[in-house]
Ligand binder design. Structure first.
Ligand code: HOZ
Length: 424
């Protein structure tokens, strides 16, 4: 391999990869400039090919809750790899990880492993439709549940970052079954439910939204959704791809004390390997093939390397839940520090946080839904992003993404981050 700078690599990448990246937000198009190409990462730090070190607030968009290249995870993958990388046949390890997840996450009788959060959410909606025999579902503006056709309607994350209003390739027929309304607005949900009586299979939600920056559910909101679902025979799906095993050992269900009917996982469950999962009570999950006729399958599902990585990380979180207290304390420290230094500046801002999910919006109004996030000063965020990057702090390259804190980060790293923000 020739050693090339990030700039040279990005230029070269354009010739063989669409936009030079394998996932759009990475291209830095909305924040401007050239993406940095990463060589390696360890603990709380990322190292780019240009020789720079960054304190990482992406953590692979969530999975690296204990930091990068966590030794037990790496060792477990190395040990497992010598026994082959895939069998396409059952292994004991798949039972071990399923049993562990049942111990950690509330409300899980059965769990099916897939390869990404997209697959997990897509399968969850299919299951809800098969189970309820109804077609429509409700999602919330600015929530992102992966890139399956039915979710690319008023979606967050990259779709919001690039202000894509309508995704070509998503047919009207598919889009018509996706009903949308604003996050944190219960009367809007009641209205949709009334207008589509007996037609709604599911309501899918990020219980703490992370794809329009970090947005918290208002008090009573998730409970109200739960009530509507029970009343209307609608399944409540929590997309816990970001929040699962992050906000608490049992994810948002445990932290916010609301149970869903189907829960989707991703990110931490694979410790950085491509893993997703969907889970729920037996009466619902037994509709999945081969028990039932809702079909779902995958050659690499339950892949041994992915399973051992996920199992090793989850096991550590399970036996050491003090991690969540430490992450809460670090998150609160960062929020307080950033608030103090940004207050001294002329630009109004809001910081939303739950545990180790946090984001800054430059705005003078509370950020409670997609509209308030979109009305924030995106240009100011973009300047802030570059200022922080130049100061050795790697934030998500979009105002429409949450930051993730890892427990590898030290208070000294947080002080450096706050100090960098003070110079903005
Ligand atoms: N849209 C993803 C986060 N919400 C970004 C994935 C990536 O670029 O890796």
């Amino acid at each position: 391999m020739i050693h090339q700078s990030s700039k040279a690599l990005f230029e070269r990448a354009q010739h063989s990869i669409p936009g030079g990246v394998n996932s759009p937000v990475r291209a830095f198009r909305s924040v401007g400039g050239t993406p940095v190409f990463i060589e390696k990462a360890k603990g709380a730090y990322l190292y780019d090919v240009d020789g720079n070190e960054y304190i990482d607030f992406i953590n692979s968009w969530g999975p690296m809750i204990l930091g990068h290249a966590h030794e037990p995870v790496i060792k477990a993958i190395q040990d497992k790899a010598v026994a082959s990388t895939s069998f396409g046949a059952p292994t004991e390890l798949e039972i071990e990880i399923a049993e562990l997840i049942k111990k950690m996450a509330p409300n899980v009788d059965l769990i099916r492993m897939v390869n990404s959060g997209t697959e997990a959410c897509m399968s969850a909606v299919r299951l809800a439709r098969g189970y309820t025999q109804k077609n429509k579902f409700i999602k919330f503006e600015g929530c992102y549940h992966g890139h399956a056709d039915c979710f690319l309607v008023k979606a967050g994350s990259g779709v919001a970052t690039f202000n894509i209003q309508k995704v070509p390739g998503v047919t009207a027929g598919v889009a018509n079954d996706t009903l949308t309304c604003a996050y944190n607005n219960i009367s809007a949900v009641e209205k949709l439910v009334a207008e589509n009586k007996n037609e709604i299979a599911a309501i899918i939600i990020e219980p703490v939204a992370g794809n329009m920056g970090c947005i918290l559910p208002e008090e009573g909101y998730l409970e109200a959704l739960r009530k509507i679902c029970d009343r209307e025979n609608v399944l409540l799906i929590f997309d816990e791809v970001m929040t699962g095993f992050r906000l608490a050992r049992g994810g948002a269900q445990e932290k916010l004390k609301v149970n869903a009917d189907i829960i989707t996982f991703g990110k931490i469950i694979g410790a950085g390997m491509p893993v997703g999962a969907f889970a729920g009570r037996k009466e619902i999950m037994q509709h999945i093939a081969p028990l039932g006729s809702v079909y779902q399958a995958g050659t690499l599902s339950g892949n041994p390397l992915a399973m051992i990585a996920g199992y090793t990380l989850l096991n550590e979180l399970n036996i050491n839940p003090v991690v969540y207290e430490e992450l809460e304390a670090k998150g609160a420290y960062l929020q307080k520090g950033l608030t103090e230094v940004l207050k001294a500046k002329a630009h109004p801002f809001r910081i939303n946080r739950m545990g180790s999910m946090i984001s800054v919006h430059f705005s003078d109004q509370e950020i409670v839904d997609f509209n308030s996030a979109a009305e924030s000063n995106i240009e100011m965020f973009n300047k802030f992003f570059h200022h922080m990057l130049n100061s050795g702090v790697y934030l998500p390259p979009s105002a429409f993404e949450t930051w993730f804190i890892s427990n590898a980060i030290t208070y000294q790293d947080l002080d450096r981050t706050i100090d960098a923000a003070s110079r903005f």
